[in-house]
Design a protein around this ligand. Structure first.
Ligand code: F6R
Length: 369
């Protein structure tokens, strides 16, 4: 069933173009308008939403953080992202105009389920973004948007993560269409850009040997840092989580802008640092700010492993290694930029002789608190 791959995880990483394509399938009508048929929620309720809170754990929470950037941009609705186990023990400000989005691969995560119950008790509408049909979280939610990643066997989440991000973009574009915060042409354009993503992920997979080789050369590493900014920040966090889970290496993700507020003190000779570089085509000159960060850490001895967009030559003078990924609209970039980090963690763990499908101490679905 591993289809010739060394592990389920390796297979599931390679399933990602399909997982994204399947999650997008059948989401438009003949006029090209988005239709989320399975949502079963009253449009009137979605029109009056004035706040969104995403609740989730682990990788699913990083998908929520990516969603925040896209949904706020497209819909002009404030989006908070909160770990489900923190949310449920707070006294969150939630009412009938709050849309709580619960993101979960398994649909069984106890912390996320409890957050769903807590939110509904306060009168919020709860929408579940879930991969597993018939699971508990969608049953207890008001609405559901299924990701179509197919069953995920490896404990560490990969294709479900990409499908969660894809589904949350769909939700954002759907809300923008419903509430008129974007013109139909802009929505169609973003949807078309999403449809082009599976091909780009495939290109990253086809070029994976470079990152695999780097991973094999780093089997002795004891600490790896990950920096990112804007949507690259949750990508950095996810890259660090994958490495901890699979390779048992101390790994930390940071917002690149935080560097000088503390983490730069960690940089010493030979410290490997992955940097997820924003597109040079983006607004706000984030690109040049991250290039400066790379310069700063390199000057202090860091070994810089850079993920950048094809054609971005500005990174070359400061990178010990560059992993190029295809050009992508800024908000959609995580769907391609996280893939080399997944491959890196999988390959490094394999090189250490570890069981990547069943990392120690972890369970696929955490049904206890
Ligand atoms: C990371 C991972 C976990 C899960 C988290 C939530 O690779 O698998 O962090 O993402 O336990 O699980 P679900 O999505 O099933 O609610």
């Amino acid at each position: 069933e591993k289809g010739g791959f060394a592990s389920f995880m390796d297979k599931e990483i390679h399933d990602q173009p399909q997982a994204v394509a399947d999650t997008l399938l059948g989401r438009t009508d003949l006029e090209g308008r988005l239709v989320l048929d399975d949502l079963r929620v009253d449009e009137a309720v979605l029109r009056q939403v004035d706040k969104i809170i995403v609740v989730a754990c682990g990788t699913a929470a990083y998908a929520g953080q990516v969603a925040k950037y896209a949904i706020e941009h497209w819909c002009r609705i404030p989006v908070e992202v909160e770990l489900a186990h923190e949310f449920r023990y707070r006294d969150p400000v939630v009412d009938a105009k709050t849309l709580v989005v619960a993101v979960s691969q398994s649909g069984e995560t106890m912390d996320t389920l409890m957050a769903v119950r807590h939110a509904r008790e306060q009168g919020a509408t709860v929408l579940a973004i879930v991969n597993t049909h018939g699971s508990t979280i969608p049953r207890e939610s008001d609405a559901v948007l299924y990701t179509h990643a197919g069953p995920e066997v490896a404990v560490a989440s990969t294709k479900a993560f990409l499908a969660q991000i894809t589904a949350s973009y769909l939700l954002g574009l759907y809300l923008a269409q419903l509430r008129g915060t974007k013109f139909p042409d802009e929505i169609a354009e973003s949807f078309a850009a999403l449809r082009a993503i599976p091909e780009k992920i495939q290109q990253v997979l086809d070029a994976a040997e470079q990152v695999r080789e780097t991973a094999r050369s780093m089997a002795e590493a004891t600490s790896v840092l990950f920096l990112g900014r804007h949507v690259g920040f949750p990508v950095a966090m996810e890259g660090a989580l994958k490495l901890k889970e699979l390779a048992y290496i101390h790994a930390e993700g940071f917002a690149a802008g935080e560097l000088k507020h503390g983490p730069i003190a960690l940089i010493e000779e030979g410290q490997p640092v992955f940097v997820v570089v924003p597109s040079p085509r983006g607004r706000h000159s984030l690109h040049s700010k991250v290039i400066s960060n790379i310069q700063e850490i390199r000057a202090r001895g860091a070994r810089t492993l850079v993920i950048a967009e094809e054609g971005d030559e500005a990174v070359l003078p400061f990178a010990d290694e560059v992993f190029f990924v295809p050009q992508t609209p800024v908000l959609l970039a995580p769907l391609v930029s996280v893939v080399p980090l997944q491959i890196f963690a999988c390959e490094l763990a394999t090189a250490k002789g570890l069981d990547v499908d069943q990392p120690r101490n972890l369970a696929k679905s955490v049904t206890v608190e």
